[in-house]
Design a protein around this ligand. Sequence first.
Ligand code: NAD
Ligand code: UDP
Length: 310
Amino acid sequence: MKRILVTGGAGFLGSHLCERLLGLRHEVMCLDNFFTGTKENLLPLRKNPYFEVIRHDVTLPVHLETDQIYNLACPASPVHYQRDPVETIKTCVHGSINMLGLARRTKARILQTSTSEVYGDPEVHPQTEEYWGNVNPMGIRSCYDEGKRCAESLFYSYHREYATDIRVARLFNTYGPRMHPNDGRVVSNFIVQALRAEDITIYGEGQQTRSFCYVDDLIGGLIAFMEQEQTTGPINLGNPTETTMLQLAETVIRLTGSSSKLVFQPLPMDDPKQRCPDVSKAVALLGWEPRVSLDDGLKETIAYFRQRLG
Ligand code: NAD
Ligand code: UDP
């Protein structure tokens, strides 16, 4: 049994990760400031005596004893990370420094959940780990993109300077139950709109692409990556099946049987035109690959939102 710290553990991915780690019989400490995370996400876990919740902001130092750290704390939806961009940068940078300091002191292995956003609006397709990216350092997404890029730099600097035991995973768009109805990301927006028979808001012409990974697949990849000894990364984790936002909207309408209409709204600044991971490194090194199809994952997610929205 390991004692594992999950920062951002009350969020969408964090709560699933805590649950999976508890299922593997580890002791789990969830550290969160509840900026976008909720206590409801943790309800299924609270009876487990090996589960603890710590209300804390990662931008402030913390002293804990831990064997492993998964650093997830950071709002992930553009709507939320752009709400307080300075705080987003502090969370990425100061948060990483604090968690790396903790890892250094306790000799814990630490995994950073980086993002496909480090590739920006990519000129290489699909994106491989070797690609350095195309990020606008001044744009509205830069608080997140550059914050996450700086975090990667901090992880590799701690590794070189102090031999800190790091793992850097670049996560691509992931969806599933426990996304917040007001999260603002596309999958939850479309499902909530479809279930409420509201207009489905497509930004731009809907021809931009993303590749959506179901949460259970992603969590399996994260843990496999943390546990392997061959590489610090960076490693792409995501589902390589690419879809346009128009196709996603049509699929959500079909699976919900909704009467919603599509409406087109302006495309936000610097919205990446295409995104698809090359996951060959993860497949080769982790023996991992995503298994859940978009239809099956959306069905699970729709069932969750149906229940949640009543
Ligand atoms: P989320 O917004 O649901 O969860 C983030 C969690 O971090 C929340 O519980 C929030 O309250 C917490 N948090 C934010 N700032 C904090 C701070 N300063 N101190 C402590 N806690 C703080 O988002 P998510 O989708 O679960 O994403 C988790 C991580 O994975 C993020 O780091 C995100 O950048 C990364 N990621 C996610 C995706 C995805 O598609 N879900 C893709 C790429 C990267
Ligand atoms: N998007 C959309 N309608 C919405 C929300 C998002 O068309 O209601 C688009 C958005 O412009 C982007 C894609 O869906 O092209 C994915 O957006 P999301 O915010 O989920 O994540 P991103 O990958 O952009 O960080």
